[in-house]
Design a protein around this ligand. Structure first.
Ligand SMILES: Nc1ncnc2c1ncn2[C@@H]1O[C@H](COP(=O)(O)OP(=O)(O)OP(=O)(O)O)[C@@H](O)[C@H]1O
Length: 307
C-alpha cells in the first residue's frame, strides 16, 4: 500500500470562544504531488496547517505526516514536514548562510549532514550567502524562507500563500523553484488566493469553505466541472433589443454591437447559440469564446455550499 504524504481524518477544531474553524475534515495528500489547499478568507486553511505544524491543538480527529501520527509520534511527524509561513521571519543581521546553519542546529541536523550551500544554490541565493538578510529583495527573502524550511530535508513542504504580494515575474520564478523541488522528490502542499496559481501548479486541489471540505479532486477534473461557457459576438448592426433564447443562460450587451452570451456547454453548443442570434436578424461579424476556469468552479462550489 502506498502511504499518503499527509492523511487527515475527521479533523476538527473549535477555538476557545466557540468558533468552529474545522468541521470533520478528511483528505489525503498523495506522495509526490503538488497539492493545493484553497478556500476563501477565514475558511480554516491556516488552522489546518498550524495543526500539522504542532502550533494549534486539534479538538477532534487525527492527522499523520509521512505515516507518523501527530499525537503518537510528534517528533517524527515534525521532522517529516517543513512549513513556510506567510510572515517573513528571520534575523536581519544574520546572513542567509548563518540563518540556515542556525535553523539546521535547531533541528539537530549534524554539521556533516548540513546542506547550506546546496540549498542556497537551489534557491538562487548562492551569491547572497554572506550578505545580511536585510539587504535581500522581497523575492530573495521568500526564497530564503523556503530554504530555511528545507534544512532538515523534509519529504513534505507546506507553503502558505507563497506568492502573496510577489510581482508576476518573481511569482514565475518561485513557481519554477516549487516545480524543481517537486521533481526532486518533495511533496508540496500550497495554499493560495491566486486560483490561476493553483490551476497552473497543482496536481490536485482540495477546497475548504467555512471549515468544511467541499472538493478534493485532480485539478483537471475540477476545472472540467465548469459547465458555463461564454461567447462574445460582434454583430453587423446596433443592438436594438437584447435577443433572448432558451439556450442562453445569460445575455448582456457589452457594447453597441457586442453581446456576451453565457450558456451551459453540456446542453447546447456554440453553433446553436450563434444560430439563435442569427434568427433574431443579426449578421455575425466576429466571435470569441471564453472557457470557464478554476475561478468559476471555485465560485460556484463556494456559493452552492453557502446556500
Ligand atoms: N486563535 C484563534 N482564536 C479564535 N478564532 C480563530 C483563531 N484563529 C483563527 N480563528 C478563526 O477561525 C476561522 C478560520 O481561520 P483560519 O485562519 O484558519 O482561516 P484561513 O482559511 O487560513 O483564512 P485566510 O485565508 O484569511 O488566512 C476564522 O473564522 C478565524 O477568525
Amino acid at each position: 500500500m502506498t502511504q499518503s504524504a499527509i492523511a487527515i481524518d475527521s479533523l476538527s477544531k473549535t477555538y476557545a470562544g466557540g468558533k468552529l474553524a474545522l468541521d470533520q475534515v478528511s483528505f489525503d495528500v498523495p506522495r509526490g504531488q503538488i497539492f493545493g489547499l484553497l478556500g476563501p478568507n477565514g475558511a480554516g486553511k491556516s488552522t489546518l496547517i498550524n495543526i500539522l505544524a504542532g502550533l494549534v491543538n486539534k479538538t477532534g480527529g487525527s492527522a499523520s505526516i509521512w505515516g507518523f501520527d501527530i499525537d503518537a509520534h510528534p517528533r517524527n511527524a515534525k521532522a517529516a514536514i517543513g512549513i513556510v509561513n506567510q510572515e517573513i521571519l528571520f534575523d536581519p543581521f544574520f546572513t542567509p548562510s548563518e540563518t540556515l546553519e542556525i535553523q539546521a542546529g535547531l533541528y539537530g541536523v549534524p554539521k556533516r549532514d548540513r546542506r547550506t550551500g546546496e540549498l542556497l544554490a537551489a534557491m538562487g541565493l548562492a551569491d547572497k550567502a554572506n550578505a545580511y538578510a536585510r539587504t535581500l529583495s522581497g523575492g530573495m527573502k521568500r526564497r530564503l524562507m523556503v530554504a530555511k524550511a528545507m534544512v532538515h530535508a523534509p519529504p513534505v513542504l507546506v507553503l502558505d500563500e507563497p506568492t502573496a504580494g510577489v510581482d508576476i515575474e518573481l511569482r514565475q520564478q518561485l513557481w519554477n523553484y516549487v516545480r524543481a523541488l517537486n521533481r526532486a522528490g518533495t511533496t508540496v502542499v500550497l495554499t493560495t488566493h491566486y486560483l490561476e496559481e493553483a490551476e497552473e501548479l497543482c496536481d490536485r486541489i482540495a477546497i475548504i469553505n467555512h471549515g468544511r471540505l467541499i472538493a478534493n479532486e485532480p485539478t483537471r477534473d475540477l476545472v472540467g466541472k465548469a459547465q458555463e461557457k461564454q461567447v462574445v459576438v460582434t454583430v453587423d448592426r446596433d443592438i436594438a433589443a437584447t435577443p433572448d433564447n432558451v439556450c442562453f443562460q445569460k445575455v448582456e450587451a457589452s457594447g453597441a454591437r457586442t453581446l456576451a452570451i453565457t450558456y451551459a456547454k453540456d446542453r447546447v453548443n456554440a453553433g446553436e447559440v450563434l444560430a439563435a442570434v442569427q434568427r433574431d436578424g443579426y449578421g455575425i461579424v466576429d466571435v470569441t469564446t471564453r472557457e470557464a476556469d478554476l475561478e468559476d468552479v471555485f465560485l460556484s462550489l463556494t456559493r452552492a455550499a453557502n446556500a
